[in-house]
Structure formats: C-alpha cells, structure tokens
Design a protein around this ligand. Sequence first.
Ligand SMILES: *Cc1c(COP(=O)(O)O)cnc(C)c1O
Length: 233
Amino acid sequence: MTNHIAEKLNQIQQRINDAATSANRDATTIQLLAVSKTKPVSDIVLAYEAGQRHFGENYVQEGVEKVHALQHLSELTWHFIGPIQSNKSALISQGFAWCHTVDREKIARRLNDQRPDDLAPLNVCIQINIDNEPTKSGVLPEQIAPLADFIQTQPRLSLRGLMAIPKAQPNAIEQTKTLSHLQNLYHDLQQNYPNIDTLSVGMSADLAPAIAHGSTMVRVGTDIFGARAPRPD
Ligand SMILES: *Cc1c(COP(=O)(O)O)cnc(C)c1O
C-alpha cells in the first residue's frame, strides 16, 4: 500500500519551495505545520514516517489524547492552534511545546503558571484578529504591544511571534492588503523584540501568498490529510 499522506506532504513541500523561490526566500526558513485535527492517530503516524515532525491540533482533549498515544515517537513537536478556554489552559501547558493562540493576559499568566518545571518554556505566538471579525479570537493591532510586554515578563513562556487566520478575500488585492498589514505588524514587533522569529500564517488555500508576505510557518490540514468531517464545536 502506498503512503498517500507522504505524497501529499511532498506536494506541499514543493508548493512551499515554489512560493519561496518566487518570493526570493530560502524555503528552509519556512516550517510546515501539519494540522491533524479530527484525523486519526494512524494518519499522524503515516506523516511521521514520511518525515513530518511538527503537528498542530485545535481541540484540547483530542490533542492531549494524541500527544499521549504518540509519546513513543521521538522528536514530535506539538502545537496548539485552537481557541483557549481558561479551564483547559493547564492541559495545553502540560501537553504542547507551542501555543499559537494567546490572546489575553489572563491566559498567558495561566499558561506560564501551569507550565511544568521539567519542560522548556512554552513557545507562544500572539493571535491577531487581523480582519477585526467579531466572531474570531485574537487581539487588535494596538493590543499587540502590551500583551507582548506582559508575555515577556513570564519566565515559563517564550514569545516567538504572531499568528493570524485571515479571512478568505474576494480578490488578490484585498488579500495582499491584509497580508501586508500583518507583515508590518510582525516587523514592528521585531523592532522591540529582535528574538522573535515566527509569523504563523497561511493554510491550504493561501499558502503561497502567505509565504510571499513573510510567513515562517504555514499550517496545512486539508491538503495533507484530506477534507474534515464537520464537528459540533
Ligand atoms: C484547521 C486549521 C488550519 C488548517 O486549515 P486547512 O484549510 O485545512 O489547511 C490551520 N490553522 C488553523 C488555526 C486551523 O484551525
């Protein structure tokens, strides 16, 4: 039986390479995060066997179960990329290496306080609500700096950068506007925090434009693992 997921990963890597070349960037500076939400552990194992090491999960309970089921695989790095309810923050802080969706001080403080001492600091990104959508989580641009300043005071957190989920735009001009705005916010933050190195943006549908606008981490689900069944939450 062929490993279909391995083929998909190859195709995505090719798309990343092509987008990087077009943007005059080094493709090795762009990390692929395989988004495995709703997909079985067996699919993650296939991706792992094909060399994929970074995986993203959106739902705390499901993610933690997978983390435990795959503890025996070395070098797996788990990223939490879903909305955070404060009563679930401990599970995130204990189970994951990264959290991309920090959007308030209270959550940052809890993640810090709950990070186990035997683990490295939790890598965090601030989620930006780049299109100011009422239904989406994330901070507004003017809230980035104060939240970054707060995260910086938390010894068990390591601020790595920004994350956003831009909404689907009707045309390339609007899309470019949004992605440029995000890239500018990222560069502004880098002025104050030269160590930040992560702009987490770009999914199956907008991978290439995101890379053209400085993405350092693309989060791809559908184009690796196939379509997802709808989920109640
Ligand atoms: C589901 C999800 C993805 C992956 O989206 P696809 O369109 O399936 O590639 C990326 N980022 C976040 C935050 C997601 O929830």
